[in-house]
Design a protein around this ligand. Structure first.
Ligand code: PMV
Length: 326
């Protein structure tokens, strides 16, 4: 009883920051994202009568007791659905550093869900898989469907799911991901967003979101990078306004983050359609057209604090593979 899945991280064009239900991880609003081709997690899950305990291994990195418990709690959801009483072995490997604002929990829990369900022989629909993944980590639900994805604005577990708006090959844009820090962040997004509604800007953000979501959908429909970029930057800054003013306030950016943002603004003054967006961490996602990739890459690599750069195209969602990690 063994299966392996590969899942992409995703970058939110419209962010999720705050929940209607903390236990079920039902978000306060809908969000829209793109799967990332170069930021992936591979996870092998196996269950056996011969195992004498649950084990979780993250190849090349330490995994804390809390993180292990979160993985096992998710495996317990799968065991409960399958009425299975066997220990598990989980081995997982990222192509990027975890806990730095690249959504490792998104790709991690998407891969864990798809591999775990396949290992126990549960055949769930894509919608059901996204609902289950969401319970492990909210944004993980967006890493399951193909390409450009919407996570719906549901009020119950059943209607809070993710679905593909457009496949990965619909629009050839780039997300040049500048890694500005490889240390684990101090406050996880799960913890951080518990206090989102204490910000004086929270209500305004929630009121603005439906119109902004409509604009992102229009931009995707028209493949309009100007509209997409202007809107995704606006939403990123709106989320940061909430983070920076919630109680206690949260600050994820560092000096390199600011330098990257300034570089993006400089690209625009020279007439190129280049935009930034940032999740809960210091790393900067630079969104641009394919034709500007080399130019952007050369420039961001020269920023001294940028430790590495991942060039992403829109990616497929989570897939099962035959190549197991063990
Ligand atoms: O999925 P979580 O619980 O790690 O939260 C993700 C939060 C943001 O990355 C900041 C925004 C988003 O929508 O991805």
């Amino acid at each position: 009883m063994k299966a392996t899945a590969v899942a992409p991280a995703n970058i939110a064009f419209i962010k999720y920051w705050g929940k209607k239900d903390d236990t079920l991880r039902i978000p306060a609003n809908a969000s829209i994202s793109m799967n990332l081709s170069a930021a992936k997690t591979t996870t092998t899950v196996s269950f056996s009568q011969e195992f004498t305990s649950d084990t979780v291994v993250l190849v090349g990195e330490d995994i804390s007791k809390e993180e292990t418990q979160r993985v096992i709690a998710h495996i317990n959801r799968i065991r409960a659905r399958a009425h299975l009483h066997m220990f598990v072995n989980v081995m997982t490997k990222n192509t990027f550093p975890k806990g730095t604002g690249v959504a490792s929990s998104a790709s991690g829990f998407a891969a864990l869900t798809v591999a775990g369900c396949a290992a126990v022989g549960l055949s769930l629909s894509e919608k059901e898989l996204t609902i289950l993944a969401r319970m492990g980590s909210g944004s993980a639900c967006r890493s399951i469907p193909d390409g450009f994805v919407e996570w719906t604005d549901g009020n119950t577990s059943e209607d809070s799911y993710a679905h593909s708006l457009y496949t990965h090959d619909y629009w050839d844009i780039r997300d040049i991901l500048c890694i500005a820090e490889t240390k684990k962040k101090e406050t996880s997004s799960t913890k951080g967003m518990e206090f989102a509604s204490t910000s004086p800007h929270w209500e305004t953000r929630q009121k603005e979101l439906p119109e902004r979501i409509a604009r992102i959908k229009k931009a995707l429909k028209e493949k309009n990078l100007y509209l997409l970029g202007e809107t995704l930057e606006e939403d990123c800054l709106s989320m940061y306004k909430v983070m920076n003013t919630q109680k206690p306030p949260l600050f994820y950016w560092n000096r390199t983050t600011e330098e990257c943002v300034r570089a993006v603004k400089a690209f625009r003054t020279s007439g190129s359609l280049v935009y930034f967006t940032i999740d809960a961490g210091p790393n900067v996602h630079v969104i641009c057209e394919e034709k500007n990739q080399t130019y952007v890459l050369d420039r961001v690599k020269r920023i001294s604090g940028v430790q590495s750069v991942l060039v992403n195209t829109p990616s497929k969602g989570t897939v099962l593979v035959d190549d197991h990690l063990y």
